[in-house]
Design a protein around this ligand. Structure first.
Ligand SMILES: [Zn+2]
Ligand SMILES: [Zn+2]
Length: 191
């Protein structure tokens, strides 16, 4: 485990993250997610040209996309930066009804969807502003997983598991002190 006195070893280039929009997903959302990754994780983040929607990951019977298959595509390029895929369509896993995001813990890639982030109370829609705030939170949560950070139980911490979009609204736009320290250590290891 890294010690607190290791601050001088932080002389390093931060790892780069690519935000990969799929299809016609909102470019504003991609920019907002990227800006928050850059600001809160202090990573060098780039929004790349959109990739085509991953047709092979469509689970036709469910009308959703298999997050696991998309992760494989995103992680496939040898030597590429860490990647965060951004989908407009709904994501699922074989054993889960839906996921807001999914990532490889300590791996190369994460993917998230905007599909449910506009859902409001009682079937209504939220404001665009709240949707973008939720998107930033999911992006930060998933990329922190990629860096190796696990779930946290601290109230309001971004690493707290959220089953749905309303849960995201109870999180701060930030990490608790324990997660923040762990993130710093993980980023040093990555360098
Ligand atoms: Zn998580
Ligand atoms: Zn935490």
């Amino acid at each position: 485990m890294g010690s607190e006195s290791d601050m001088s070893s932080r002389v390093m280039l931060p790892p780069q993250v690519e935000v990969v929009p799929f299809g016609l997903v909102s470019s504003t959302a991609a920019q907002v997610v990227a800006a928050n990754l850059q600001a809160l994780l202090e990573l060098n983040v780039l929004v790349v040209q959109p990739w085509p929607e991953p047709a092979h990951a469509l689970v036709a019977a469910r009308g959703q996309y298999d997050a696991g298959l998309i992760l494989k595509d995103l992680a496939a390029t040898e030597g590429a930066p860490l990647r965060l895929g951004l989908m407009g369509k709904d994501l699922c896993l074989p054993f889960l009804t839906y996921v807001l995001g999914e990532s490889q813990l300590g791996g190369r890639a994460a993917v998230m969807s905007l599909h449910r982030l506009s859902d409001g109370e009682g079937g209504g829609r939220t404001t665009r502003h709240l949707m973008l705030e939720r998107a930033a939170k999911v992006g930060l949560h998933e990329i922190a997983h990629v860096l190796g950070l696990e779930h946290c139980r601290a109230a309001g911490c971004l690493m707290k598991f959220s089953a749905g979009p309303a849960g995201l609204d109870r999180l701060r736009m930030g990490f608790c002190p324990v997660c923040q320290r762990e993130l710093t250590r993980l980023k040093i290891e990555l360098a």
